[in-house]
Write a protein that binds this ligand. Sequence first.
Ligand code: PGA
Length: 252
Amino acid sequence: MTRTPLIVANWKMNHGLDETIKFVAEISRSTLPDKVEVVLCPPYTSLHTLSVALGEGATIKAGAQNCHFEIKGAYTGEVSVEFLKELSCEYVIIGHSERRQYFKEDNKFLNKKLHCAIEAKLIPIYCIGELESERESGDTFNVIARQMQEGLAGLAKDQIGEMVFAYEPVWAIGTGKTATPEIAQEVHAFIRKWIATNFGTLYAELPRILYGGSVTPDNAGALIAQRDIDGALVGGASLSASNFLKIISVCR
Ligand code: PGA
């Protein structure tokens, strides 16, 4: 099974309108490798500008960093998946560790968002990963299994097959401490096996599982060369178009 590599930029709370336009202008001057999908996830407020700058039918896709679990209603400050679709968004990050940590989003809450995004035909990028203390106490696989079990509750096999997962060890996010390719591969293989056990082998081979956590142009190649690592979710290094292009180019 060959899965098309996927490289996703998570700009977090960075890049307003001008920076978004400049980034797209810079990235558009380069020819991307044929066999790679690229998604940019700017702040909500830059999404419209991003989609316009990319243009219709663009090979680079737009994604959001979050969404609400209801289509509409009295949820002050929240954004519906339907509004994201109006902005030509095709992907949405769900359960990033910063949402889990600072906004107390837990697996059961994230499960509702996954259902909502999938029903709206957005592709969710579901983030999972252990804290440093959980790795040190030998709990990594238990934490991942719980994030999968509770987060995916009630979803059907074919829906799992269309999802994207992102393994992001929390201790590696924004810290410069990348997981070694071997450590990352071990967890990615565990995630795929977990899907096989719970949804069947066929469906385990379908979803892309990205690695995230201090990915740079220097370490991306060795990570993406692993059997079960199908791309990267890139934070800090995605803010510079030239660095991000270098990461994309490892997929050549
Ligand atoms: P980082 O962030 O690349 O800056 O570590 C990754 C992420 O949070 O998705």
